[in-house]
Design a protein. Structure first.
Length: 256
């Protein structure tokens, strides 16, 4: 009885140790990504940081990810950026290079800031997607409406054969998470394991959802910043035009 009790204690200790290591790893991921998002207010850089955090091995580890943002004025939701390999061969090459060069999440983000972003077929496909902000958008609209993560598994995929995403993404399992900013959905984050076909766990979805809340606020702040810059430029041009027009229309004294 004593031996069995000791064996159980050892197993429980080992389990708790693994859970503690996992929690520590998750905190490190959030810390790294949060810090990276605070280094810029440029929307494109924010989107890249978010998607790199989702797909990087040191991050959440999904094979592919994409961001769709809501345009309230046009009443549409449109693809803004996608990150992920197009084929298994390309994936192996990318992952081998990351491993060989020991690239960290910070390294990958810095590479984006110093080099031109490679627009893959996946990225171009995402950017070509523009859906009406209505039921016709299918699963994306459902995630926006419910403000809840949506996990679609292989066994239920056939029920969504006509869905806009299912028709073009060619994957057996994926997750869609709404991006919230002050309780308002500003877009969705999509992720899958298109290459490895690894099942998406509940822990991954939980982490993705937690991460999406941070991402939503970062995107909203970036959009407000860019909107302020645009307005400042407009005001500057308006002032310049007003001064010029006033100067041209001021009465002049003609000397004889």
């Amino acid at each position: 009885m004593l031996i069995n009790s000791l064996a159980m204690d050892e197993k429980e200790t080992e389990f708790l140790k693994k859970e503690l290591e996992k929690a520590k790893s998750e905190l490190n991921i959030f810390y790294e990504i949060s810090n990276a998002m605070r280094t810029t207010l440029k929307l494109e850089e924010i989107l890249y940081i978010i998607l790199t955090g989702v797909t990087c091995h040191h991050g959440l580890g999904f094979n592919r990810a994409a961001l769709f943002l809501v345009d309230e004025d046009k009443k549409i939701i449109e693809g803004k950026m996608g990150i992920g390999p197009d084929t298994g061969e390309e994936a192996a090459k990318i992952w081998e290079e990351i491993e060989r060069k020991k690239l960290t999440l910070e390294d990958l983000i810095e590479n984006f800031k110093t080099k031109r972003f490679r627009k893959s077929k996946w990225h171009n496909l995402i950017c070509s997607i523009k859906l009406e902000l209505s039921k016709s958008a299918g699963l994306i609209y459902e995630a926006i409406l419910d403000k809840m993560p949506l996990h679609v598994r292989k066994e239920v995929l056939k029920n969504y054969a006509s869905d806009p995403l299912v028709k073009v993404f060619n994957t057996e399992e994926f997750v869609i998470v709404p991006l919230l900013a002050k309780d308002k959905v500003i877009g969705v984050l999509y992720a899958d394991n298109f290459i490895t076909q690894h099942p998406i766990s509940l822990d991954q979805i939980k982490m993705l959802n937690m991460f999406a809340n941070q991402a939503g606020l970062a995107i909203e702040n970036s959009k407000l910043y860019e909107s302020t810059l645009i307005q400042a430029k407009k005001d500057s041009l308006t002032s310049l035009w007003t001064v010029s027009y006033t100067h041209l229309t001021l009465p002049t004294t003609e000397r004889v």
